[in-house]
Write a protein that binds this ligand. Structure first.
Ligand code: ZN
Ligand code: ZN
Length: 145
């Protein structure tokens, strides 16, 4: 069985989260539920009920885009994502989750950066503080989930 988890990999430059990845178990609520405003809770419940409550659920906010109130993932996907975010976070593992921006990780640096430190251009191309570039284009989301 996969495990529910929350991952907020801290930007290597400023410590702000590069992204937010949360895997919610079937029938469970997100970790921050008590702090969510009622509107957001309603929207989440509605989205989740559309898929039945017995699915694993993925919440993802990437460097420039995310999946809103989340999406259902099957057991195999949930297992893959949970093992991709085993701590300490490493790029080679994180990338196996298949997120469009690898949760903000730069491959050559093996470190995550926030939107500011990716210096994201209007076309969605990011350049890390050490000069490595990659596309953070959200259009490819969710490419291989
Ligand atoms: Zn930063
Ligand atoms: Zn880099």
């Amino acid at each position: 069985m996969p495990r529910a988890f929350v991952a907020d990999p801290p930007c290597a430059m400023c410590g702000r989260p590069s992204s937010h990845v949360e895997l919610v178990a079937p029938g469970a609520k997100p970790a921050d539920w008590q702090r969510w405003p009622p509107q957001r809770r309603d929207a989440y419940d509605t989205a989740r009920q559309r898929h039945g409550d017995q699915q694993w659920w993925l919440l993802f906010s990437g460097v420039v885009a995310g999946n809103g109130h989340g999406q259902p993932v099957d057991l195999a996907q949930a297992t893959r994502i949970a093992s991709a975010f085993a701590e300490p976070y490493r790029y080679t593992l994180v990338r196996t989750a298949g997120f469009y921006d690898d949760a903000g990780f730069c491959g050559p640096c093996d470190a995550p950066y926030c939107q500011q430190h990716w210096n994201v251009s209007s076309s969605g191309y990011g350049t890390c503080p050490r000069g490595h570039g990659k596309s953070l284009d959200a259009l490819s989301w969710p490419d291989d989930l």
